[in-house]
Design a protein around this ligand. Structure first.
Ligand SMILES: CCCCCCCC/C=C\CCCCCCCC(=O)N[C@@H](COP(=O)(O)O)[C@H](O)/C=C/CCCCCCCCCCCCC
Length: 210
């Protein structure tokens, strides 16, 4: 999936649902496909979010380069990627700014923001402010990994978000109630991917890759 065309929450949901195998492996192809869907949505929100979508695109592209590269067979799942990159030695891994593990860690942290944000949207009142939901979710997740200047720029951009109901409509799912139902369906899949990744990275002490 590339970052073009209209946003479809259904596609994002299907992608994250398709990530987890029976053996609790997280497949990278649907994982990145889910990210493309989210990026497409972010891009539709306007230029004020350009610096955020640019960073997300760059990270997804790093992962796609790994998958297309000579060692592509090791980038089938998060588990095979971790095993492969660790086999080259932890020092080598920590020194590589474009490693799969470091890159996925950034996306993984953003997935926690997404979970909190979607849950806030789902349970919020009709007149809740999306910018407040977004800021609270950001402060509880990604913000602690970002320097002051990024935090400032991000929280300024959040002010441009439309009201909750307008936001639910831009999601292109139908009336707000329908969008809320679909969020309720999507969140557990995202939580599952997040939980498995967190466990995997914690097990291998990869949660603080510089
Ligand atoms: C169901 C539809 C509704 C929700 C749709 C949400 C769409 C969100 C799409 C993408 C999320 C953006 C993910 C951003 C990844 C950020 C990774 C990161 O932390 N990068 C920083 C560190 O990277 P390195 O320097 O270590 O390589 C980098 O410094 C970040 C720069 C940009 C700022 C990132 C702020 C992220 C804020 C969270 C996203 C808010 C989007 C709001 C729109 C609803």
């Amino acid at each position: 999936m590339a970052a073009a065309g209209a946003f479809s929450l259904r596609e994002v949901l299907d992608a994250f649902r398709g990530c987890v195998t029976e053996r609790r492996e997280v497949l990278l192809e649907p994982y990145l496909s889910g990210w493309w869907g989210l990026i497409r949505f972010l891009q539709s929100l306007g230029a004020v979010f350009g610096f955020i979508s640019k960073d997300a695109v760059a990270k997804v592209q790093i992962m796609e380069r790994h998958r297309r590269g000579e060692q592509g067979q090791h980038y089938e799942s998060l588990q095979s990627m971790v095993e492969f990159e660790l086999s080259r030695g932890p020092a080598e891994l920590r020194g590589r700014p474009d490693s799969g593990c470091r890159t996925v860690l950034r996306l993984h942290r953003a997935l926690l923001w997404l979970q909190l944000f979607l849950e806030g949207l789902r349970t919020g009142h009709r007149d809740s402010r999306t910018s407040t939901i977004c800021t609270d979710s950001y402060n509880a997740s990604l913000a602690k990994h970002h320097p002051w200047v990024v935090r400032k720029a991000a929280t300024l951009a959040f002010c441009a978000l439309p009201s909750r109901d307008a936001f639910l409509e831009v999601m292109n799912v139908g009336p707000p109630e329908q969008a809320v139902d679909m969020l309720g369906e999507a969140i557990p899949y995202i939580q599952s991917v997040y939980g498995i990744t967190q466990e995997l990275f914690a097990q291998h002490s990869l949660l603080d890759l510089p």
